[in-house]
Design a binder for this molecule. Structure first.
Ligand code: VGL
Ligand code: ZN
Length: 199
């Protein structure tokens, strides 16, 4: 029987109010996520997990400020405030999130020289995280995605999943976005165009 997975993206302290890269209302999705964890055959959480001094941090680019763009060997990259540093409080999951229900926690962004928004591939779009193989060997064909941020890690994960042939739905009510220069609208359009259902 084809299985259905829930992918819970980056519900971590740094993306919640008070965190280093806070998404407005980011913590508001936690109770709703906890409430649906039992509805799936497979539950995967992702965790943004950067070494100190990660190349996506504006602090590593003299004279540059957070939220500015730069060029990396793999393409354009937003420069972020330092966030989700491995082992820090900011990198920990929101304290109310029912992490015990996660069957797999996939960590990403752990290579200093490359960012990784997607749960499937790093930002070069070719270095795999291993999640595809995990889901396929567990018989998963359909994915629902929730979490933070809609227009970055959720969007990149959804687009990769659709490209890999999974049936993908993003539960927008259980996501919140950063919305940098219209990135939320752009993300919605890109996801719809790719055949991702916005539910
Ligand atoms: C994210 C920016 C940087 C996300 C992660 O989880 O959407 N955004 N790192
Ligand atoms: Zn990050």
């Amino acid at each position: 029987m084809a299985g259905k997975a829930l992918i819970v993206v980056d519900v971590q302290n740094d993306f919640c109010p008070g965190g280093a890269l806070a998404v407005a209302d980011g913590d508001a999705i936690v109770p709703g996520i906890n409430a649906i964890l039992g509805d799936y055959d497979v539950v995967v959480f992702t965790q943004d997990w950067h070494p100190a001094g990660h190349s996506s941090f504006a602090s590593q680019h003299p004279g540059r400020a957070p939220m500015e763009m730069t060029e990396m060997p793999y393409g354009p990259q937003v420069l972020w405030p330092d966030h989700c540093v491995q082992g820090s409080h900011g990198a920990a999951f929101h304290p109310d999130l029912d992490v015990d229900r996660a069957e797999l926690i996939i960590r990403k962004g752990f290579r200093r020289a490359i960012d990784s928004y997607s749960a499937f591939f790093e930002n070069d779009h070719e270095t795999p995280t291993g999640l595809e193989g995990y889901l396929r060997t567990r018989g998963v064909e359909a994915l629902d995605m929730v979490g933070l941020a809609t227009d970055f890690c959720v969007q990149y994960s959804a687009l990769d999943a659709a490209r890999l042939g999974f049936s993908v739905r993003v539960l927008e009510g259980l996501c919140r976005g950063i919305d940098l220069d219209g990135s939320l609208d752009a993300a919605r359009k890109a996801m719809r165009t790719a055949g991702v259902e916005l539910g």
